[in-house]
Design a protein around this ligand. Sequence first.
Ligand code: G3P
Ligand code: CA
Length: 341
Amino acid sequence: MHQRIGFIVGAVTFSLSTLAGPVLATSPTLIPQGNEPAQARRSAFGSSDLPEQGRPLVAVSHRGAAGTAPENTLAAIDEGHRLGAESVEIDVRPTSDEELVLMHDATLERTTDVAEVFPDRAPYNVGDFTLEELGRLDAGSFFGPEFEGEPVPSLSEALDRLQEHDMNLLLEVKEPELYPGIERLIAAELKGRPHWMEPNAPDEPHRLLVQSFDWEYTERSKELLPSLPHGLLGLVPENEIDDYTWAQQINPAHTTIDADYVAAVQDAGLEIMPYTVNEADGMYRLLGMGVDGFITDFPGTGQRVIREFREGRARQVARESEGAQTDGCTGEGEETRVLTS
Ligand code: G3P
Ligand code: CA
């Protein structure tokens, strides 16, 4: 909550607030009710209304913060927090003893020293190792020597760390077809944690959303965890979007969509947060399409682009409401685009 307030305060300078005052005063009537925040925000961006509608735009920190820390580790979650991310995305798979761990790949070789620690255990499937065995691996050195010894975390440890940081979570269930019954493990873990089952307010980012590329799995998960929002990863064909209105998000690759697709998703009452966009220009392009947020390895850049985008929108509103008088506003030249974190 405090981050959101800071975000809003930071987005509008004192002089701009003065100019936009008459519009701000009308904002309570613009806050959407029910499940239509995305539609309301999009229509607001297309008109002279304020851009702050419903849930805020969010730069979700991908795999913890994979641009500057070893993916899917507690160090990456800490890094996302340090960079100011409100929400984090992580990947989860089960171990052979039915524990849940953070791991993107189906095998352990790319991100750990499993081939050194267990030389006879190829092909190193995550699901062939117990939690205790995974605890002996180094999941940090592949990224950099300063992360040597960083362990493979359990989902439980990650949930604890995220809660400590007051961060939100996009939980991606990886290849559930490889792990029959994984939905039961995840549901049991989450249902035992009241904090994560409690939704945030409608004007804050989702506290926890479960998503997967496997849409049948996602629907089964929604049946087990009906109070939690769920997301479909990938590009749902436009003419099939209405079949998925039980979900709350459709999150395709950022290179596969245009403004018409964004509108189609939002017109069906869903949100859209494309993955994985790391360049500021790409983030601006998505925001211009009206997305509800995006997933990025560089949440620091993402937050700055969102702030600058909203400042630009607010300036536009102020100019429109003041008959194009911009005295006291910061100049267009300050809308510097950031290319790296
Ligand atoms: O959250 C979506 C994104 O993480 C999907 O791609 O391969 O990075 O898991 P991937
Ligand atoms: Ca992922």
